[in-house]
Write a protein that binds this ligand. Structure first.
Ligand SMILES: Cc1cc2nc3c(=O)[nH]c(=O)nc-3n(C[C@H](O)[C@H](O)[C@H](O)COP(=O)(O)OP(=O)(O)OC[C@H]3O[C@@H](n4cnc5c(N)ncnc54)[C@H](O)[C@@H]3O)c2cc1C
Length: 443
């Protein structure tokens, strides 16, 4: 497939100062740019690689969306294809995002990495970039939520004969050496990569974590459709049972592959995949596992069951016409808790245990003790500085296609307000105001 060019700028010089700088040219950065274009607010989008880079270069070959296509509704760019209930393949997602950019020609500067962001003394912010410095009155950080791949320290104890890749680097079964593969982690990526290898006939060992699972369909519809109708994608994070801790939660495993289906690890086990509890380390030439396989499989099923309870209650409440469907019955259960696995049996390890945030380049004091940017719906305490596109920034859809339009519009309104209020903006103004008011109190 030839992907269309959006003709962004690699060569155009950066302006010395802009009212708004957006960092990141993924779907979040483009969405806020669309709103700023609509409002006639001058801005630049700085992207260190290329538009939609993560979709193109940080996903495996057989990747497809887990969320149905109808949820792809970037501002001004709803899904227009013929398969709203289907799941776009990787190249189709890249095409969807790039076509979006081509549709309104955002002022994207590709190949420009922002290496440092500081409050500037005359108001606003200074962005140090690979193409020089730029000043901005307001800045939107749309840099995604998956910065640094996590690999445990004990990975270094593995011999060189074991090839190690993070889920972000995994591409296809054929790119791993022949032999058994250990996949560590059962979030959305780990479960789907284990399936990818399993379907290719590879012998897979899977360390099962505490990730929840959800059925693809129930009572005649996709679970996402039911959850949407039930308002789950509109629920602000503050109303979530886990509150802001939901932001760190692991996504439910399920797949959109081949039109969409459940991922049933118990069935994989019946078909020969070796399941273990969470990996705890490498000792004496063996991988060691916590005895939590049974508990984790049961927990995942319980989450699925709870979601179905909610759907049943919704159907009863609304009188929706939906066929009855029996609940899932486990097709396999572990007889013992496997404790270890000989390292020599394994040709490759796929680490699918997530990512760490890296905001070290942002030198603005808005981070909590855990290094997460504190914000309310993306508005940080530093005037004119915003974050966008993070998981559960505001709702479940915030870090996905489903909710980015609403979040981008909200921030565009805040940017517009501050723009209308006029400069100066930024930390120095706050400090100036704070200094002035304390001077008044002293007087
Ligand atoms: C494996 C996986 C599967 C997913 N599946 C789905 C799904 O099925 N449905 C769904 O809706 N969502 C899904 N998501 C979630 C989400 O839609 C994606 O993570 C999406 O890429 C987020 O878009 P974004 O623009 O917020 O961030 P990104 O796509 O990560 O874009 C951020 C951009 O910022 C750039 N950047 C970062 N730092 C700098 C810097 N300092 N200077 C300049 N540029 C910078 C990066 O190069 C990147 O292009 C999935 C995520 C992952 C990881």
């Amino acid at each position: 497939m030839t992907l269309p060019s959006t003709a962004p700028s690699r060569s155009r010089a950066l302006p010395a100062r802009v009212p708004v700088a957006v960092v990141g040219g993924g779907q979040a950065g483009l969405s806020i740019s669309w709103h700023l274009v609509q409002r006639g607010i001058e801005h630049v989008v700085l992207e260190r690689h290329t538009i939609a880079h993560e979709w193109q270069h940080a996903r495996w070959d057989s990747f497809c969306l887990v969320t149905p296509n109808w949820q792809c509704r970037l501002p001004g760019w709803p899904y227009r294809g013929e398969d709203p209930d289907g799941f776009m393949l990787k190249d189709e997602v890249v095409e969807y995002v790039r076509d979006y950019a081509a549709s309104f020609r955002p002022p994207v500067h590709e190949g420009v990495a922002v290496t440092k962001l500081t409050p500037s003394t005359d108001g606003g912010y200074t962005l140090t970039t690979s193409a020089g410095q730029i000043a901005a009155d307001q800045v939107v950080l749309a840099v995604g939520g998956y910065h640094l791949p996590v690999v445990p320290p004990y990975a270094t104890a593995l011999p060189d004969t074991v090839v190690q890749v993070h889920s972000q680097q995994y591409r296809s079964p054929g790119r791993l050496p022949a032999g058994d593969v250990l996949v560590v982690g059962t979030g959305q990526s780990g479960a789907q990569i284990a399936e990818d290898l399993h379907l290719a006939g590879r012998r897979v060992h899977l360390a099962v974590g505490s990730a929840p699972r959800i059925a693809r369909r129930y009572r005649g519809r996709d679970m996402v459709d039911w959850l949407h109708d039930m308002g789950h994608y509109d629920m602000p994070v503050e109303q979530h049972r886990d509150g802001e801790a939901a932001r760190m939660g692991t996504n439910h495993y399920v797949t959109g592959r081949d039109g969409g289906r459940d991922i049933d690890l118990r069935r994989f086990a019946l078909e020969g995949m070796q399941l273990y509890g969470p990996l705890t380390g490498v000792r004496g030439g063996r991988f060691t596992f916590a005895p939590e396989l049974t508990a984790n499989l049961d927990r995942a099923d319980r989450v699925d069951d709870n979601a179905k309870d909610l759907v049943d209650a919704h159907i009863e409440r609304t009188g929706a016409d939906a066929p009855a469907e029996p609940r899932y019955t486990p097709v396999w259960a572990p007889q013992t808790e496997p404790e270890s696995l000989d390292v020599d049996r394994i040709a490759a390890v796929v680490w699918a245990i997530g990512f760490r945030a890296d905001w070290s380049w942002v030198k603005v004091p808005v981070f909590d003790g855990a290094g997460y940017p504190t914000h309310a719906r993306g508005v940080t305490a530093a005037p004119g500085m915003y974050v966008l596109g993070l998981p559960w920034l505001h709702t479940w859809g915030s870090g996905r296609f489903a909710g980015i339009a609403r979040d981008a519009e909200f921030l565009a309104d805040r940017i517009t307000e501050l723009t209308s209020a006029g400069a100066p903006t930024g930390l120095s103004r706050t400090l100036a105001v704070a200094a002035a008011s304390s001077a008044a109190r002293i007087a």
